[in-house]
Design a protein around this ligand. Structure first.
Ligand code: MG
Length: 339
């Protein structure tokens, strides 16, 4: 029962230019993968490539050419598929996870069950999702905070010389829990110098304060900080977790980094074994990619799955965020439909 793979590249625009410590853009390209089985059932998945991790829509398209021949003869052999896909395109995590999600979508559709049910999860256990406020002038960030009224937790992008002005401006207009993400934008001494300000602003979590390969630096910030530290760029796959244990309080899983839904599950298990908290994040992506990640949320402590909410137009409907609450779809597989 051979599977056929096809894909299309989707151009996305965010409502505001999305700016983090590394740069700014409004235009994003993602890739929707379709796997069709002999009965005509289709599984879908999304690749949201990031240049930071060496991928673009074009590298995804090229990688899919190598992944198609590695698809399993039996589409329900999800474990076997995982290893074969990794061998076929080891550097192409976003491309691989699109195929992994499509295989899981198809498996759920063949069995008539949503993915969370196949995994034995209770969707009511999903944590609230935060909503991200990209870097901007303090005034415009205040306006974005007001626009984010339906979201109970805000994640503020930081990592510039204006951090104090930005955080004070945000705190002036909201009492909501605030998390910050420096996207590796601080040196260790800059991160340490900002801790009193972050405490004064009642920040509840700091994501990736310093460079991803600087585990000693992460550990130094972690030792000095009363606020929990979460590794994002420093933690791509489960293999990164043992060296981060003791250096941070938690890890941020993203499908586009880890390359498969099963690797995401391995990351959860490994993080738990190392007594780390677990968050799931996202890239700028549609509800197809977000929903694949959302099926993991009943296993997790923290979620930041606003990628589709930042889009001008979302071509898919799937998991939704209702006043911060992640609502998982009840349809089979990923439960995603075209809008
Ligand atoms: Mg992050």
């Amino acid at each position: 029962m051979a599977l056929s793979l096809s894909f299309d590249i989707l151009d996305l625009k965010t409502r505001h230019p999305f700016t983090i410590a590394r740069g700014s853009t409004t235009a994003y390209r993602v890739v929707r993968v379709r796997l069709r089985d002999a009965d005509g059932l289709e599984g879908w998945g999304e690749a949201a490539p990031s240049r930071y991790y060496g991928e673009t829509a074009d590298t995804v398209a090229a990688a899919l050419g190598r992944l198609a021949p590695a698809l399993p003869a039996d589409p329900s052999d999800l474990e076997g598929a995982d290893a074969a896909l990794l061998r076929a395109a080891p550097q192409d995590a976003a491309a691989r996870v699109a195929v992994s999600a499509a295989l899981h979508d198809l498996a759920g559709k063949r069995l008539g069950a949503p993915l969370w049910r196949l995994w034995g999860l209770d969707p009511a256990r999903a944590p609230l999702s935060s909503f991200t406020i990209g870097l901007d002038t303090p005034e415009r960030m205040q306006a974005k905070v007001r626009e984010a009224a339906p979201y109970p937790i805000l994640k503020i992008k930081v990592g510039t010389p204006d951090d104090a002005a930005v955080l004070r401006a945000v705190r002036e207009v909201t009492d909501k829990p605030l998390r910050v993400d420096a996207n590796a934008g601080w040196t260790v001494s800059e991160a340490l110098a900002r801790l009193p300000l972050l405490e004064e602003m009642r920040v509840e979590l700091i994501e990736q304060p310093v460079a991803p390969d600087d585990v000693e630096g992460l550990a130094a910030v972690h030792r000095a900080s009363r606020i929990p530290i979460v590794a994002d760029e420093a933690c791509r796959t489960a293999a990164d977790i043992p060296r981060l244990a003791g250096a941070v309080d938690g890890i941020n899983i993203k499908l586009a980094k880890c390359g498969s839904l099963r690797e995401a599950l391995r990351m959860v298990e490994s993080a738990r074994a190392h007594r780390l908290s677990v968050m799931v994040g996202c890239m700028i992506e549609t509800s197809l990619g977000i929903t694949a990640a959302a099926h993991l949320t009943p296993l997790l402590d923290l979620a930041d799955l606003d990628g589709a909410a930042l889009l001008e137009r979302d071509p898919f409907a799937g998991a939704t965020i209702d006043a911060g609450r992640i609502v998982l779809p009840t349809g089979p597989g990923l439960g995603v439909t075209e809008r």
